[in-house]
Design a protein around this ligand. Sequence first.
Ligand SMILES: [Mn+2]
Length: 314
Amino acid sequence: MPVKILICASEVGAGKRGASLGPDAIRISSVNMLYNLFNQVPTEEIKTQKLNKYSPQFKSAKYIKLIASTQAKICRRMCKAQMDGFKTLIFSGDHSNAAGFFAGFREAYPDKKLGIIWIDAHGDIHSPYTSPSGNMHGMPMAILLGEDNRENQLKPIKPEVIKNWERIKRTGKRKITPKLFPEDIVYVDIRSLEKQEWETLKRLKIKYYTPDVLHKKGAKKTAKEIEKYFEPYDAVYVSFDVDSLDPSISKGTGTPVKGGLTLDEAKDLLKTFTRMNNFKSLEVTEVNPLLDKENKMANAVVDILRESLVVESW
Ligand SMILES: [Mn+2]
């Protein structure tokens, strides 16, 4: 199956600026490290509005209007790439974009059984009702699940935010919501979730592996277990937030958290996931070279991809 690279640099979902430079940092690393990824695979860039001033508008969901239209655009391009028969390798700015990519995935396969493997330090399952920061890179899972978690509402939110939140859940021509069910998710390496998020995970009985479990079991065995879990699925999407990696590798991401994956563990996970029969998409997100030294995070990503992907045989 041919592979297509999709790039969306949008970073407005992050709290710190600079993740929009992540995809370029990775491209430059791959050139420096003599990994001919970007010239052996067709590449398509999804252009989005660049930020010229700080104007978040709503505190409970910053830039929600811009993010809603960005996700609609991402959704169309992802749907087309999948329907054209490509596996997609995605380089994205911040993690809110994932909701747009998965919306396109759902749009391409409206009636199929779709799964998602979410490798991340965080749960990204906040809603505007529960998010302390209002940064929407902490919300893509809630968008996909159509989950408001009103039981744990922190503060009242504006009607215009609610309107856009409802719109964002229905991204795509078919306006499908939810795009995903709780049993279709496996979280890997999550370790920094707010109380409201843990409650959502427990209430919805979402499957997850914390670093403790993963380190004890080993990355290879964990990956095999997850592969087996997704065997009955038609198609699987893998989302790799680089803050899942341990900060000793690099601090080049907006929200680093101790106790993360080693490079070898990340390679073992991705080696297994990208070889699954139903694997259809890998997304790499949240590389922020402005928070880094000597482009270490992008170099780590290239090292991981070079050793785990066999793009020619996808
Ligand atoms: Mn994330």
